[in-house]
Ligand binder design. Structure first.
Ligand SMILES: NC(=O)c1ccc[n+]([C@@H]2O[C@H](COP(=O)([O-])OP(=O)(O)OC[C@H]3O[C@@H](n4cnc5c(N)ncnc54)[C@H](OP(=O)(O)O)[C@@H]3O)[C@@H](O)[C@H]2O)c1
Length: 241
């Protein structure tokens, strides 16, 4: 009897380090996954490159060069992924790449920090999703996971700090809302990784990147069409908008 195993295709952005790297590590440990790991500089992404030949890697890993803020780079990445997919669809898009400036507030913010944060955290995922939609449309799953943060929850009081970052992620939440309104046939969700020990989260954070990545992947794999538009944390708990 022939065995038929379902396989899945993933694009993850911002995979040179931190949570993105851990998501890729986890996904490629399974033979059912083909992962497009996008990063700005694949040549210097040492940990990511090592994964390609690691004994734990059972799936397929493709390193893709992509700066999410650069439209030409996003387009070039899409062409590359489309060629490799050869007619197959993209099942999961993980918009993980992001930046955070050090703690700023209404009284200390500056225009450059706010602008560059919005560029990376909002314009980036907006461009990536728009550009990859034709590949997502060819899949059965059609899942878009936008990595947000509890700091973007107006319904939770986090005080005046992290101004640029919070504004940018609230705008990402609104982007997701608009994506859901325009394309209810896709499944777009917001995922909060928790407070994670990475360059961004710092060493005082409560979660290891591997733990957060495992939770987010579990949540994203479990997403159903009924979940579209939800803001969910890495444990699967809904977060107030
Ligand atoms: N850590 C936390 O506690 C925490 C909490 C809530 C939400 N998040 C979110 O989780 C995601 C991952 O964060 P992290 O903690 O893993 O951060 P990180 O360790 O600082 O890593 C950020 C990743 O994003 C990439 N990146 C930044 N700008 C990019 C661009 N223009 N194009 C492509 N890649 C770009 C970086 O690539 P380079 O190496 O090229 O710079 C790096 O791979 C972010 O969206 C962040 O906002 C994190």
């Amino acid at each position: 009897m022939p065995t038929h195993t379902q396989t899945y295709t993933w694009l993850v952005t911002g995979t040179s380090r931190g949570i993105g790297l851990e998501i890729v590590k986890l996904l490629v440990a399974s033979p059912v996954n083909t992962v497009f790991a996008a990063c700005r500089n694949p040549s210097s992404a040492t940990s990511l490159k090592t994964l390609k030949y690691a004994a734990t890697t059972k799936g397929t890993l493709h390193l893709i060069k992509m700066d999410v803020t650069d439209e030409a780079s996003v387009q070039q990445a899409r062409d590359e992924v489309e060629d490799i997919l050869d007619g197959q669809g993209l099942d999961y898009l993980f918009n993980n790449a992001g930046v955070a400036v050090k703690d700023d507030r209404p009284s200390t913010m500056n225009a450059d920090d706010l602008t560059s944060t919005i560029l990376a955290n909002v314009v980036g995922p907006a461009l990536v999703t728009r550009t990859f939609i034709p590949l997502i449309e060819r899949s059965q799953r059609k899942v878009i996971a936008n990595v947000s943060t509890a700091l973007a929850s107006i319904g939770t009081d986090y005080g005046p700090q992290h101004l640029s970052y919070s504004i940018s992620k609230i705008a990402l939440n609104m982007l997701t809302y608009k994506q859901v309104k325009e394309r209810p046939d896709l499944c777009a969700v917001l995922v909060d990784p928790g407070w994670v020990k990475t360059d961004m989260g710092g060493s005082a954070a409560t979660l290891e990147a591997s733990e957060s990545a495992a939770g987010m992947v579990r949540v994203v794999i479990g997403v159903t069409p009924e979940d579209t538009g939800k803001f969910i944390d890495y444990t699967g708990k809904e977060i107030p908008w």
